[in-house]
Design a protein around this ligand. Structure first.
Ligand SMILES: C[S@@+](CC[C@H](N)C(=O)[O-])C[C@H]1O[C@@H](n2cnc3c(N)ncnc32)[C@H](O)[C@@H]1O
Ligand code: SF4
Length: 380
């Protein structure tokens, strides 16, 4: 079984108005204390996992490109000392594209980062301003150029279906991103999350998201452009040629094992015949002061929880789920009546031992999962 480590750095230079991740403004951060605590947490997990081959490390956030490269280096070293790194281990770091952060790309490369995930969001200055980003379109382009020269692999995030954005704007923006030769793209439709500054703006009627038919057109256009460029969606929002997928994120979607350290991080760990969900406490202050056995909450997942998680994650993938694996986790078969109904509606496909969503099914993923889990047949 593949095994990865997620390290959450919860600090950002400023908080973007659309973001609902577990993030905090970057104030006086005691780097040596974080190093000590994160190292202690890795050791605590190593006692539980035993020997494993480590296939990926992912520094996510927040803004881990604000971490000093020395801290990144120290944590990579500890991971490699505690587990056996695979020959082609993938080590990703999420970066924001400001000039200050670009200046550290080379250092990140030299301490072992081999894949950079750039949060570009847009190549348009007005859109970046609207999104509350602290970088310009020219910084976004320069960061992408530098990343492509510096790292083995680069992925970028863009947010589309923004108010005021036309389909033609998006076509031009996405095409120019693909033309850079970037290996992987995460393309997200703008979502207004509860309790964010954007939610307040929408409540005040300052602006609104594109209506549903236009959102669907944005989504279809995205698939068309990426398919034509040989970078189809291998997952709902993630696009790459075969072989260039995010190995770390594939752990989540194929329901493998990973540990998560840092405030609010999640993990899934198989121990003999049980699978645990492990969640770290959210607040950085608590995280630093609590012992590992206090700050990490462990819940043994029941067969039905594991089956639900596997469906929710696996059906996000273009390649879908392995039916046998589902049956092992759930300790029962997929409900035949619902499966037939979903196939007849053109939402689900059976292909040997795999079940996967059709393009129409992907648009109603949550509904399909609910129907498969509920056991009750949809009468519509
Ligand atoms: C963990 S976040 C951020 C990484 C990095 N700190 C950054 O902002 O560039 C991963 C990505 O999720 C996307 N994202 C976050 N909130 C979103 C929202 N409300 N709607 C659409 N995309 C969102 C952004 O593209 C973001 O880069
Ligand atoms: S989008 Fe990225 S930079 Fe902005 S607040 Fe969220 S994690 Fe931080």
């Amino acid at each position: 079984m593949a095994f990865g480590i997620y390290i959450h750095w919860p600090f950002c230079a400023r908080i973007c108005p659309y973001c609902d991740f577990n993030v905090y403004k970057n104030r006086a951060v005691d780097i040596s204390l974080w190093q000590e605590v994160l190292t202690q947490d890795l050791r605590w997990f190593a006692d539980q996992t035993g020997e494993r081959t480590l296939t990926s490390i992912y520094f996510g956030g927040g803004t881990p490109s604000l971490m000093p490269p020395e801290l990144v280096a120290a944590l990579i070293e500890v991971c490699k000392e505690l587990w056996h790194p695979s020959d082609n281990i993938e080590i990703t770091l999420e970066a924001n594209p400001t000039d200050a952060e670009q200046a550290r790309f080379r250092d990140f490369r030299s301490v072992g980062i081999n894949r950079l995930s750039l949060g570009l969001q847009s190549f348009d200055d007005a859109a970046l301003k609207f999104l509350g980003r602290n970088h310009s379109a020219s910084e976004a382009r320069a960061a992408l150029d530098l990343s492509l020269k510096t790292f083995d692999r680069t992925t970028l995030d863009l947010i589309y279906a923004r108010p005021e954005q036309s389909l033609a704007d998006w076509q031009q923006e996405l095409t120019s991103a693909i033309e850079t030769g970037v290996q992987h793209l995460s393309l997200y439709q703008l979502t207004v999350e509860p309790d964010t500054a954007f939610q307040k703006a929408v409540d005040r009627k300052d602006w609104s998201l594109p209506d549903d038919p236009l959102q669907a057109d944005f989504y279809d256009l995205t698939q068309e452009i990426c398919d034509a460029a040989g970078k189809p969606a291998y997952e709902v929002s993630n696009h790459a040629a075969p072989g260039d997928e995010s190995r770390h994120n594939m752990l989540y979607w194929t329901y493998q094992d990973y540990i998560g350290i840092g405030p609010g991080a999640h993990g899934r760990l198989t121990k003999s015949n049980r699978k645990d969900a492990v969640t770290a406490t959210n607040k950085p202050g608590d995280y630093l002061t609590m012992l590992p056995e206090e700050k990490f909450e462990t819940e043994a997942l029941q067969p039905e929880d594991q089956a639900a998680e596997y469906l929710l994650m696996g059906l996000r993938l273009q390649s879908g789920i392995e039916v046998e694996r589902y049956e092992q986790l759930a300790e029962k078969s997929l409900p035949a009546g619902q499966v037939t109904q979903l196939i007849n509606k053109g939402l689900l496909l059976h292909d040997g031992n795999r079940s996967k969503l059709t393009p129409s099914g992907r648009k109603v993923l949550n509904q399909v999962v609910l129907q498969l889990l509920s056991g009750s047949e949809d009468q519509s």
